[in-house]
Each structure stands twice: as structure tokens, then as C-alpha cells.
Design a protein around this ligand. Structure first.
Ligand SMILES: Nc1ncnc2c1ncn2[C@@H]1O[C@H](COP(=O)(O)OP(=O)(O)O)[C@@H](O)[C@H]1O
Ligand SMILES: [Mg+2]
Length: 255
């Protein structure tokens, strides 16, 4: 396992300096949560960690390194709010899309190895959807679709998982259930989770940062006590939620 370090990273779209001189460490095997209002630069920062921002009209500064000395590229899985499931592909085909692209087995008649198929079914079992393997995404609920997206992330089996508001579109109860499931199934992975929900950050984060301002800065980390996913009857969690909600609300009103 390895820590990921962001050193003095900055990014500007033309004249818009989204953030600059940011330092952040993602600790191996832990959840680092990033909170912040809409438009502050959360997705941009996550894309920067993923190495997805090299267009020529963007100025990028700083470095992203891993403390085992190896590059981060190729060791990341990504999960976003838009589940990005291909509408014309079955659940099973969606889960194995990465494998199909890598092995050029994209055509219907070309078969994945039985090992890959077994693994895909196993991931579906883990998220409780094995009976939906042959179903198209349009026939699933929002929560089920995000469970498929989680299974696809698990199938990729990368040590670092970047999540951009993965549960943001779900109702409160489904969201809590998926948080628990993700916490269980991603144990041991290094996770960076973007969210605008303080409670989500506080339930799941070993470290919780708040990105705010223009250009955006990171506040000091909050490190809530106890094992994740933290229970809702934790009084300290509720107090911290109030503090963070207040901060976010203030930020919106001055924006
Ligand atoms: N490709 C882009 N080109 C120009 N501006 C962008 C681009 N992507 C995002 N932005 C701008 O950068 C800022 C941060 O966006 P984003 O990272 O998506 O915010 P968040 O995820 O926190 O809501 C916003 O002002 C947004 O309009
Ligand atoms: Mg975003």
C-alpha cells in the first residue's frame, strides 16, 4: 500500500484560477473526503489526481506522486454520480467493460475468459444484484444502478478509488445503505470521496477536508473519531455536521 501526495497543485481554465498551491495526502487504505460548495473545484481536483486534465487551454501546476515511487496511472478506479452505465449493454457487460476494452473483446461474439466472468458474477453477488446480470440499466432503480457502478469499480480492483459524489442523486435511506456497502467492499483501498453532504463525509472519512474560496484552499483536516461507517447516533458526528453545514451555508451566501 502507498500514500498519494499532491504537492502544490494548481489549475486554471484560462483566466479562472480554480485552485493553487494545494497540498494534500491520501493515506494508504483510508478514506479522504472532500467537501465543498458547487463550482468550487472539487471535480477538477479529482480529475487532476486521476491525470485527466492535460488539454492545452488548461494550466496545471504541481505534482501528484506515490510514496512507493511508482506512477499513479493505471492504479486508479473512478466512480461518479452519473453512473456512466452504457444503456445498450447488460449489467454484466457494463461491469466487464474495462476488461473488454483492454482485451479487445468488445464484440458480442468474442468471449471473456471464464475467470473474468466468474469474477464479474462474484462482484454482482457482493452488491446483491447477481440476478440482474442480463438486465439493461434502464430497468434498474437509481440505487441499483449505483450498485452496478460499485461492482464495476470493484471488478477493476485498483488500489486507489476516486469517487465524485457517487451517492449524490440517491434518496437518504438508499444513500446510507450504499455508504455502508461501499465502506465494507472497499476496505483496504485508498479512497478519495468528493461530496457536498457533510454527514456523508463525516460517516466515511478518516480525514475530512473542506475546499472553499476563489482560488480554492483546503481547510485543516477534521478527523472524526471511531471506525467507519460511523453510526448516526454518534453525538460528536451530529455536532460536527452542524458546524460543517453552517460553514457551507455561509460560503454559499457570500459566493
Ligand atoms: N472544462 C472546463 N473549462 C472551463 N471551466 C471549467 C471546466 N470545468 C469546470 N470549469 C469551471 O471550474 C470551476 C470548478 O468546477 P468543478 O471542479 O466542476 O466544481 P465542483 O465539482 O466543485 O462543483 C467552475 O467555475 C466551473 O465552471
Ligand atoms: Mg463536481
Amino acid at each position: 500500500m502507498f500514500d498519494v501526495h499532491l504537492h502544490k497543485v494548481g489549475l486554471a481554465y484560462g483566466d479562472l484560477q480554480v485552485f493553487q498551491q494545494l497540498d494534500l495526502s491520501l493515506k494508504a487504505g483510508q478514506w479522504t473526503c472532500l467537501l465543498g460548495g458547487s463550482g468550487v473545484g472539487k471535480t477538477t481536483l479529482l480529475r487532476m489526481v486521476a491525470g485527466l486534465v492535460d488539454q492545452s487551454d488548461i494550466r496545471v501546476e504541481g505534482r501528484v506522486t506515490c510514496d512507493d515511487g511508482q506512477p499513479l496511472a493505471g492504479r486508479i478506479a473512478w466512480m461518479s454520480q452519473q453512473d456512466s452505465l452504457l444503456p445498450w449493454a447488460t449489467v454484466l457487460d457494463n461491469i466487464t467493460i474495462g476488461e473488454r476494452l483492454r482485451t479487445r473483446k468488445f464484440l458480442r461474439r468474442s468471449r471473456l475468459s471464464s475467470e473474468a466472468l466468474d469474477r464479474a458474477h462474484h462482484m454482482l453477488e457482493l452488491v446483491g444484484l447477481d440476478e440482474k446480470a442480463r438486465v439493461l440499466p434502464q430497468n434498474l432503480s437509481g440505487g441499483q444502478r449505483q450498485r452496478v457502478a460499485l461492482a464495476r469499480t470493484l471488478f477493476e480492483d485498483r488500489p486507489v478509488v476516486l469517487m465524485d459524489e457517487p451517492f449524490g442523486a440517491l434518496d437518504a435511506i438508499t444513500r446510507l445503505n450504499l455508504q455502508d456497502m461501499a465502506c465494507d467492499l472497499l476496505a483496504g483501498k485508498t479512497v478519495m470521496l468528493i461530496t457536498h453532504d457533510p454527514l456523508e463525509a463525516l460517516r466515511l472519512g478518516h480525514a475530512v477536508y473542506h475546499l472553499r474560496g476563489h482560488p480554492a484552499q483546503l481547510t485543516d483536516a477534521i478527523t472524526p473519531p471511531g471506525k467507519i461507517p460511523r453510526s448516526l447516533d454518534n453525538a460528536e458526528l451530529m455536532t460536527l455536521q452542524g458546524v460543517l453545514l453552517d460553514r457551507l451555508r455561509h460560503e454559499e451566501s457570500v459566493a
